[in-house]
Design a protein around this ligand. Structure first.
Ligand code: N01
Length: 545
């Protein structure tokens, strides 16, 4: 700290000097803060735009919000005591319970004293001469830090489509990712909901149960498998407590950070009857495990077609009105090539007399009037519009900050044609900046807490290594970035994932966004090995000085 420093506050000329700054206080930010503060003893703060911890689970309070990872794997595993102390109540944790959990963790480890809430980072500029990041917030504060870690989430920049006339709408409208804390009362209201991704599929049944009428505007039909959520039994809770360590180990050994493994058998080598039995059992069991019943489901179109066909038949058997069933089951992409939703009574909801479906693929939304949503064919009067229209995923939360590396080069320019980094962790030209679950890492293709803990641990170990060796700067080498970007593309192209043309994995949901498959699809287990090898080889691919 310089001579001008106020030693009581750590402030220098109005700016706060720290060893490290973490942006975000969701799952990732909380753990990263804990690692840097309590393991390394750094002076560190987290800045959080919201007024509380929770990230995704702080913002996404829409009706029906629930996780699709099962609760016994959707938590931190760094502390055996913590795993013993916390007990989930349902198979899939709901938003309110996850938020309680994250507050419990933040209090348990006394993290809130180092989190500054209501602080949105607007810019982060690297000063090469000082080897420091200068970080500014919307609230006018400045921080000067050696290490900057973004823990801003992958799905945190809401996408409200620019539909003409929205400003004239006389009713209320909400995006699911910015849901009012006090909730929304749908009683006696005509509701129009745009979007049928995981969010819309979760929200529709809950809104329909309360609203006078719900009209769902579907652009791309989607698969969904029943979640089969249930309260956990005392026996299962006991099992989790007794086997927490084994469960943790297992989640480190799977492709996607889940407890279940993808089965070895192939759909194309299984008889029709047996396949049907397997799919039916998976449908009854419910959840994301559906995609794990055949190993070739995500790599062979022929195999995938068998799963797709099964689900489409299920939709047509559940939805009574044949026209509605046809629109819902007219799905144009392989199963699980877009993030596969799981639901509670989603397709059944269309059998309610107060629910209707509008196909906005054949008759697109043109504008919003004072009193409703207008497609090319009709005007649908509504009192409330719910935008379940997703996010500017993965790159959006990073690019909405003005991040500039060496020589003032802007991240948005470096990523003009799509994200380019090394291991999803560092961008060449942006020294000492780490991106937790950044594009190019498994992140959204993995059970998030598993991906987050691996990243935060790796970053912590890396900084510890630097301190031990007296090193001040780490930066991804351009050639390592080239190789990694090629690797990310190559592993994605070995799967069917890039075939879903409207997927946010590809950035296709945001007009003008470059279409690049963003997450690393080679599997969490392989990714973990790669990161370990890189560290063991003295951080191969990084320049340390
Ligand atoms: O967003 P989405 P989401 N006019 O982008 C439609 C995670 N998540 O919030 O497909 C009309 O998937 C869009 O149509 P199309 C999970 O990773 C997890 O639902 O672009 N429609 C699509 O139907 C998930 O994948 C959980 O043609 C428009 C929908 O809006 C991710 O978050 C729960 C439109 C957006 O779907 C995002 O899910 C919820 C327009 N102008 C979310 N613009 C769980 O853990 C967009 N759409 C269970």
């Amino acid at each position: 700290m310089s001579e001008l420093a106020d030693t009581r506050t750590g402030k220098v000329g109005g700016a706060t000097e720290l060893d490290a700054l973490v942006i975000g206080a969701g799952f990732a930010g909380l753990y990263q803060l804990l690692c840097l503060r309590d393991r390394l003893g750094l002076s560190v703060k987290a800045l959080e735009a919201g007024s509380g911890v929770g990230g995704t689970w702080y913002w996404n309070r829409y009706p029906g919000a629930r996780c699709d990872s099962e609760s016994h794997v959707y938590w931190y595993t760094f502390s055996p005591e913590l795993m013993r102390e916390w007990e989930w109540s349902e198979r899939y944790p709901g938003q309110a319970e996850i938020l309680r959990y994250l507050n419990f963790v933040a209090d348990r480890f006394d993290l809130k004293r180092d989190i500054q809430f209501n602080s949105r980072v607007t810019s982060a500029h690297y000063d090469a001469a000082a080897n420091r990041w200068r970080v500014s917030t919307e609230q006018g504060e400045t921080f000067i830090v050696k290490f900057l870690v973004t823990a801003v989430g992958c799905l945190s920049t809401a996408n409200v489509p620019k539909i003409p006339g929205l400003q004239d709408f006389k009713g209320d409208w909400y995006h699911t990712g910015h849901w009012p804390h006090e909730g929304v009362d749908f009683t006696d209201k005509r509701v129009g909901m745009i979007g049928t991704g995981s969010t819309g599929i979760q929200a529709a049944p809950v809104i329909a149960a309360q609203a006078k009428h719900l009209t769902v505007f579907q652009r791309t039909a989607n698969y969904s498998v029943p979640a089969r959520n249930v309260p956990l039994t005392a026996d299962f809770k006991q099992y989790v407590k007794q086997n927490a360590e084994e469960i943790r180990t297992a989640t480190h050994q799977t492709y996607n950070g889940m407890f279940f493994k993808v089965d070895d058998r192939k759909a194309v080598e299984t008889s029709l009857e047996e396949r049907e039995t397997i799919y039916e059992a998976a449908w009854q069991r419910g959840g994301l495990q559906f995609r794990a019943v055949f190993q070739d489901m995500l790599v062979s179109k022929q195999a995938n077609d068998t799963a797709a066909d099964f689900i489409k038949r299920k939709i047509r058997s559940i939805v009574k009105d044949p026209k509605t069933a046809a629109i819902l089951s007219d799905i144009d992409h392989p199963y699980a090539a877009k993030r596969p939703p799981i639901d509670t009574d989603y397709f059944e909801t269309y059998n309610r007399p107060n629910v209707s479906l509008v196909d906005v693929k054949t008759s697109p939304i043109q504008r919003i009037s004072e009193s409703g949503i207008c497609t090319t064919e009709a005007e649908y009067p509504v009192d409330i519009i719910v935008f379940a229209t997703g996010f500017d995923a993965m790159t959006g939360p990073l690019l909405r900050m003005d991040i500039r590396g060496r020589d003032g080069v802007a991240l948005k320019d470096v990523w003009e044609a799509g994200p380019r980094n090394y291991l999803g962790l560092q961008v060449a030209g942006f020294p000492n900046l780490f991106t937790v679950t950044g594009p190019g890492s498994p992140s959204v293709l993995c059970n998030m807490p598993v991906a987050i803990e691996q990243h935060a641990d790796w970053i912590t170990d890396c900084i510890a290594h630097m301190r031990a060796k007296g090193l001040a700067r780490i930066e991804a080498r351009p050639e390592a970035v080239e190789k990694w970007v090629a690797e990310v593309n190559e592993v994605a192209n070995r799967t069917l994932l890039p075939q879903a043309k409207h997927s946010w994995y590809l950035g296709a949901n945001i007009p003008g966004k470059p279409r690049v498959f963003m997450p690393y699809a080679g599997g969490m287990i392989r990714y973990r090995e790669i990161c370990q090898e890189v560290a063991a080889r003295s951080y191969e691919g990084f320049a340390l000085s």
